[in-house]
Design a protein around this ligand. Structure first.
Ligand SMILES: N[C@@H](CCC(=O)N[C@@H](CS)C(=O)NCC(=O)O)C(=O)O
Length: 204
């Protein structure tokens, strides 16, 4: 299994999920500014959409989309409990969180994360929307350790990755103590630490 990633990008969530599942995909780094691999090869030849993550399975077939990749990895090693069983209420809840993180967090960050020229009015509208979402997450996490309750799931891998972008973009998480404590809790997990280390995001 091969994971095309960029350090700290949304692909980190898939990297974390893989490690939490006990898998060690081969990591292939993509420079998102140039869309080139370290070899100099054009990443568009791998993923014509140009974005990470992309997971290449051992049969050579390539797959994209964070929420789908996370579910796949969670289902691949069910004994790790990273994705609840099909047809259950927790599964329904996990799907809602994955969709929420994708559309209400990830893609609200995207305009100004990737396009420095984004107008101030758009930037402010995104920040206001994120503040609402962070406040909701803070209330939710004040009552439980992880998004689904007491147990870490792939939704946490995604939430952790995206919310961790906030300080980098000048958004303080100080108003959200439960959310901040949650990020610390997730970062302290051995598999998460290993992924952060492998991507060069923390020191050993
Ligand atoms: N729809 C994709 C979006 C992935 C995405 O936004 N990736 C960003 C990194 S967080 C990226 O590679 N951006 C660079 C680009 O689009 O060229 C998914 O959910 O996986």
């Amino acid at each position: 299994m091969k994971l095309y990633y960029a350090p700290g990008a949304c692909s980190l969530s898939v990297h974390i999920a893989a490690r939490e599942a006990g898998l060690s995909p081969e990591l292939v780094k993509v420079d998102l500014a140039t869309h080139q691999l370290e070899s100099g090869a054009d990443y568009h030849a791998i993923n014509p959409r140009g974005y990470v993550p992309l997971l290449e399975l051992d049969d050579g077939v390539r797959h994209t989309e964070v929420a789908a990749l996370l579910q796949y990895l969670g289902d691949l090693v069910p004994q790790r409990g990273l994705m609840p069983a099909w047809g259950t209420a927790p599964r329904f809840e996990a799907l809602q969180w994955l969709t929420f993180i994708s559309s209400e967090l990830h893609k609200v960050f995207s305009p100004w994360l990737w396009h420095k020229e984004t107008a101030d009015s758009t930037r402010q509208a995104c920040k206001d929307k994120l503040a609402l979402r962070f406040a909701e997450l803070d209330r939710h996490l004040a009552q439980r350790s992880f998004l689904l309750g007491g147990h870490f799931s792939v939704a946490d891998a995604y939430c952790f990755t995206i919310v961790s972008w906030a300080p980098m973009l000048g958004l303080s998480l100080r108003p959200y103590p439960a959310l901040s404590a949650y990020l610390d809790r997730v970062a302290a997990r051995p598999a998460v630490h290993a992924a952060l280390l492998a991507e060069g995001l923390v020191k050993a």
